[in-house]
Design a protein around this ligand. Sequence first.
Ligand SMILES: Nc1nc2c(ncn2[C@@H]2O[C@H](COP(=O)(O)OP(=O)(O)O)[C@@H](O)[C@H]2O)c(=O)[nH]1
Ligand SMILES: [Mg+2]
Length: 273
Amino acid sequence: MASWDFIQKQILLGEASTGKSSLLVRLTDDRFLTNSEPTIGVEFGSRLVTLTEGKDEGKKVKLQIWDTAGQESFRSITRSYYRGAGGALLIFDITSRPSFIACRSWLADLRAWGEEDLVILLVGNKGDLCAPLEGNEARLARGEVEEAEEEAEAAPTPAAAEGGDDDEEEGEQDEEADTTLTSLPTTTTTSSDPSRAILPSEALSWAREEGLAGYVETSAKSGSGVEAAFDKLTREVHRRHQAGLAARRGAGNAGGSGAFSLGGAAGRSGKCC
Ligand SMILES: Nc1nc2c(ncn2[C@@H]2O[C@H](COP(=O)(O)OP(=O)(O)O)[C@@H](O)[C@H]2O)c(=O)[nH]1
Ligand SMILES: [Mg+2]
């Protein structure tokens, strides 16, 4: 009997040095990849995720996570990397605005090469390098969007209020940002922490604008948020895929998209997700 019920391919994407290989090693080995180890060669990881809701609650998904093995430095990622992936983690380094801006072009690649129903989660890594967040921003960093929004409605955060009072002071900064950030949000939130380049509210706002599945902050170094990010993506891919299958069955077409089949592996358990 197979020890898992469904199988999913997920891919890691983002600029070099954002921590993709470190996140994979943290997830699969629960350790931090030190500088002395070459990241090239870490190409593949696997993990079981238990589903927590719906008719498949309690069932297990086997994740097959693909790492770029350094190819992203040359932007030479091959088509086979994207093929059959149900989920993608689009990763930037929260201390580096250029790595966040680069997510735009990685997203364009994902859309060009990825499966039509690919689910993309935006991930801000290296959380350990910044001061702990509080209140609304802390909830957004943990992916607790609904709770954070409820709180924001009740009491607007300083970030949300910035558009009003601080317009003059913000003006210069916004203009500068406009030259590089075409459609990225220009109501850039500021942080009192000099090492933080992107606040969760800004990352989430862009993720929503682009129709991504959400935003989560991680630290491959401390392990914080890492399982949560992969689990969130896995469950969302499964949920959407099951909803898609149900809709197709309802429409009298039981054929799947084939987007998630992984050769013989899927056949072993009889299903894929
Ligand atoms: N402080 C800190 N450093 C990290 C974290 N993740 C990765 N790094 C470091 O960032 C550098 C690049 O990481 P790596 O995983 O090779 O990035 P990749 O090129 O995207 O695969 C390495 O020096 C890592 O040790 C993190 O969460 N916190
Ligand atoms: Mg790497």
